[in-house]
Design a protein around this ligand. Structure first.
Ligand code: PLP
Length: 446
């Protein structure tokens, strides 16, 4: 494959954009592919190379790059009426009604413009509603580029995870290991009355999709109910993907107090939302006194794209299709690597899938370590898993970054930059795409 144009564009970008990109994960080495257009389940780069795309915009593109006619028409009609007004529109009410009809925890929503804005607003809402300040987050979770959750370490040693995030934020955020009921119970014993919310992804989509162990979310639900803290599910990634229109909470059978959305809810355009019972969500201004506002919030084009995407998914067999292809990929990759790869685990559920390289001998039970590694690469987890006792170097990111992802790209398979980022199947992917993908994995391991 020739990548000359992408290389030249990257050189140009490096002098006007920090790191050459506008979101850090896009800066794959030695240079990223600059994408010119999408086509179904594929992307075509500036040099004309075609790839089967499993990045899918990092999740929003449930229907693929070529939107169905109904979605396209709704977007075009909204655009031809003018971009936005700074006044209420019917389409935002319709999307809110649709979401409230399908998602168990949602009675009322406030729309925002991104996943980060959704989690910022949810945390403020929880603090304002409960009158408490601390939040508990999971090691290995990700909730966007916001101060309250850019915190690493553990309950005894929480620290800001980025220069520019004041240490005072870490004083109000308590990271705990995902799936460890004892650890969070200890935290509630000490701080129970100060905790405004437990904020967690239903499954750790930002650690390749580590699933909850049985009963974990039920335990969180009880803990929150007993202490008066709110349970917030961050469904920015899983929302309208895992568990279909009911989202991951429907699949898991646990209803949080608040839910954050983004990605699919905007149908490929910037949108996010915080949802929950009216009693809590009405604490937002102007109904209540927890300040929240946004010039672009409820943007008509994004609302139209989101609503028509979800309607299309409801009326067609989108979830059956993407989940079947996701399962074929997970089992197909597992068959290929089982006697070839020195250490691996396959994560993901429904239409999310990821092959994660681990040190020799690491097994699925080391997933907690993989999550720990993501949060604190310098922690004990790196060499020795305190939870499972296994000796694992949790996730061999180097093997992914330098060897596997670039090799797959040359075979026409476009995978996420970091091995702990989930990958996504869209409705536009075909059986042939999946067959070709598995063939490429097979060739690599041979
Ligand atoms: N929460 C989760 C679970 C996410 O996966 C992401 C982004 O990937 C975010 C929040 C942040 O969303 P955004 O990038 O739209 O700000």
């Amino acid at each position: 494959m020739n990548h000359e144009t992408s290389r030249d564009l990257y050189d140009r970008a490096l002098s006007v954009l920090p790191g050459g990109v506008n979101s850090s994960v896009r800066a794959t080495q030695p240079y990223p592919a600059f994408i010119e257009r999408g086509d179904g389940g594929h992307v075509i780069d500036a040099d004309g190379n075609r790839y089967i795309d499993y990045v899918m915009g990092y999740g929003p593109l449930l229907l693929g790059h070529d939107l169905p006619e109904s979605v396209r028409a709704a977007i075009q009609s909204s655009m031809s009426d003018g971009p936005m007004y700074g006044a209420p529109t019917e389409i935002e009410v319709e999307l809110a009604e649709f979401v409230a009809r399908h998602v168990p925890s949602v009675e009322m929503l406030r729309f925002v413009n991104s996943g980060t804005e959704a989690t910022v607003s949810a945390v403020r809402l929880a603090r304002g509603y409960t009158g408490r300040e601390k939040i508990v987050v999971m090691q290995g979770g990700y909730h966007g580029a916001q101060e309250s959750t850019l915190v690493a370490g553990d309950a005894e040693n929480a620290r800001s995870s980025s220069p520019g995030v004041p240490q005072t934020f870490a004083e109000h955020t308590i990271p705990v290991p995902f799936n460890d009921s004892e650890a969070i119970e200890d935290v509630f014993e000490t701080h129970g009355e100060e905790i405004a919310a437990v904020l967690t992804e239903p499954l750790l989509g930002n650690t390749a999709g580590v699933p909850p162990v049985e009963g974990y979310h039920e335990f969180l639900r009880e803990l929150c109910d007993e202490s008066g803290a709110l349970l917030i599910f961050d469904e920015v990634m899983t929302g309208f993907r895992v568990g279909g229109l009911q989202c991951a909470q429907g699949k898991l059978g646990v209803t949080p107090d608040l839910t954050t959305f983004a990605k699919i809810i905007g149908g490929g355009f910037p949108a996010g939302a915080v949802g929950g019972p009216a009693e809590i969500v009405e604490s937002f201004t102007p109904a209540g006194d927890v300040f929240q506002s946004g010039t672009f919030s409820g943007h008509p084009v994004a609302m139209a794209a989101g609503l028509e995407t979800l309607r299309y998914a409801a009326e067609n067999d989108v979830y059956d299709h993407v989940n079947r292809l996701g399962e074929t990929l997970r089992t197909g990759i597992a068959d290929i690597v089982s006697d070839r790869a020195p250490g691996y685990t396959i994560l993901g559920t429904d239409s999310m899938f990821k092959l994660v390289f681990t040190r020799d001998g690491a097994t699925d039970t080391d997933e907690a370590c993989i999550a720990g590694y993501r949060q604190s690469p310098d922690s004990e987890c790196f060499d020795h898993c305190p939870k499972t006792g296994a000796d694992v170097e949790s996730a061999e990111t180097d093997r992914w970054d330098r060897l596997f992802r670039p090799a797959m790209k040359e075979k026409g398979i476009f995978l996420t930059a970091n091995q702990l980022e989930s990958q996504f199947v869209s409705d536009a992917h075909t059986d042939e795409d999946v067959e070709q993908t598995l063939e490429a994995y097979k060739e690599f391991f041979e």
